[in-house]
Write a protein that binds this ligand. Structure first.
Ligand code: SF4
Length: 369
């Protein structure tokens, strides 16, 4: 549904009791046709599958274009890699000084304590790495990773990602948060997670307690469709905000999921209703077998521009592309100002425009810029 609401009278599948982790379980739950099993078994053998009960309950199996299904159900096209796709699109590996750490920017670094997730997104840029069995740092590896942070005072921000750091036990997560908080140079801790929408029951008091720290802590929620904000997800986010956690939102622009003005607006509004400030709208990273999700940059820019003025500025995310090779994220528009002779031509979000002549001192040269 483009506006994020449920269609009237649609038959809901029986809620799953536990995550559905292979093609046969998805077929038994009525989420994929039994005839597709041979191909989907091959896809699941290549890339991890997990659909939580919360997400399975949102899928309308009678809708071949269901935006929740598109994100989580394996698809035959995943076995078709294109020459433009890269196994490690943003080059984590060359920027890994010790196991579990990725250091790309001078002032911040990633800590990946595990590579498991509550769900496995079919467009994930780390799809070659994530999975239920892989990537949990041993005690020694985790301590070595934390020691790396302690030894690098230029790193001011620790970003916990993975996998999904909220898949850790509250005890282990609390230990990591306490160790990082005790480092005087770490001023910000950020966690990237899908858990509050994909598995909201994990957001319990013990987890909220583990996140309680004097250090500024931001939780960056990955959500791509308004329907993911179920009553349970909203309650989980309320629990986090009550615990003093600042909430940010990140979204991947995805064909068939959030590639219309209506669906994107509904998503951004749902975030704000839950006190989640939209932060990034990511251009798809070209990981193997994900081409069907790509929205051209020109279309993404036009989509976002169409929301300017119509949707509160609070909802405005930065549309960004993570450059291949680990060169960092670059904002990719849309632009509302163009340099013109003697000033700037600025497009108005409500229709008109304005020529802003250079001030006496503001631009230096009339043709600068
Ligand atoms: S939750 Fe994040 S890391 Fe895990 S599969 Fe989805 S996009 Fe990838």
């Amino acid at each position: 549904m483009p506006d994020g609401s449920l269609p009237p009278n649609r038959p809901l599948p029986e809620p799953a009791a536990r995550p559905l982790r292979d093609a046969d379980a998805l077929a038994a739950a009525g989420l994929v046709p039994p005839g597709s099993l041979p191909t989907l078994r091959a896809v699941a053998a290549r890339y991890a599958v997990s659909v939580t009960p919360a997400m399975a309950a949102l899928i309308d199996p009678s809708d071949p274009k269901d935006p929740i299904a598109a994100q989580y159900l394996p698809h035959p096209a995943e076995l078709e890699a294109s020459p433009l796709e890269l196994e490690d699109p943003i080059a984590d590996h060359p920027h890994t000084p010790v196991t579990g750490v990725v250091h790309r920017y001078p002032d911040r670094a990633l800590l990946k304590p595990l590579l498991a997730c509550p769900v496995y997104c079919r467009f994930c840029f780390r799809r070659e790495q994530v999975g239920p069995s892989g990537g949990v740092l041993s005690e020694a590896e985790l301590e070595a990773a934390l020691d790396w942070f302690a030894a690098h005072p230029q790193v001011k921000e620790a970003i916990l990602t993975g996998g999904d750091p909220l898949m850790l036990s509250p005890r282990r997560l609390g230990h990591i948060i306490r160790r990082l908080s005790a480092m005087p140079h770490i001023g910000i801790i950020r966690l990237h997670t899908r858990v509050p929408v994909a598995d909201p029951a994990r957001v319990n008091d013990a987890l909220a307690e583990a996140l309680d720290t004097e250090t500024a802590l931001f939780l960056c929620l990955h959500a791509n469709h308004a329907r993911e904000f179920t009553p349970e997800a909203r309650a989980a986010l309320r629990r986090l905000s009550r615990a003093g956690v600042a909430l940010l939102g990140q979204t991947v622009l995805l064909r068939g999921v959030n590639d219309t003005a209506e669906s994107l607006e509904a998503l951004l509004r749902a975030m704000l209703e839950c006190r989640v400030k939209p932060y990034y709208l990511h251009q798809l990273d070209r990981a193997p077998g994900t081409a069907r999700f790509e929205v051209p940059i020109a279309e993404g820019r036009a989509l976002l521009a169409s929301l300017r003025g119509r949707v509160t500025g609070l909802a405005w995310p930065t549309y960004a592309l993570d450059l291949p090779g680990g060169q960092g994220k670059a904002p990719i528009g849309p632009d509302f100002a163009e340099r013109a002779e003697g000033g700037w031509q600025v497009r108005g979000p409500l229709g008109g425009g304005h020529f802003q002549a250079d001030g006496a001192t503001s631009e230096g040269s009339p043709t600068a810029g």
